[in-house]
Ligand binder design. Sequence first.
Ligand code: SF4
Length: 174
Amino acid sequence: MNEYLNNLKRIEFVVTMGCTGRCKHCSEGSHNFGGEHIDGDIAAKAIAEVCMYYDIESLMTFGGEPLLYPDTVCCIHRAAALAGIPERELITNGFFSRNSGKIKEVADMITESGVNRLLLSVDAFHQETIPIEPVEFFADCIKSSGVHIELSPAWLVSTESDNPYNTKTRKLLE
Ligand code: SF4
């Protein structure tokens, strides 16, 4: 046990800094990471070890765009399910391929891996560089698989604020 981590309840993994988007509001830098991502097997081992000592309540994977590396994401979530972590979350912009077969395959992998809450980033900022059609198809695949899915938009000022960005976001959410 690490004496400075007595109340450890959550684990988060930045799967990659690489991304298919180039959002204005992004805090993750340039995304020029040339295919680098974390090692899923090492992450899975770390999860098993941490869960031997701590009562972890939730785990999240994000990026960059984590689904550029679905094998890594699913390896992490399988380990989390096996270790008994109850909340297993994934945040994605939903755009990792334009190929509907590939999108369906990744949605099935996510379902099988035990992700039980998927947050989908859809808003005026993301959709400046990310096409909505493959994102919508991915959302439909996840929805029909039974995995809980939520839209997770970024609002300018507040959800109630009237400005051109929020107007576009509301249209996209519809
Ligand atoms: S999708 Fe997320 S990580 Fe990628 S550029 Fe947009 S805000 Fe940044």
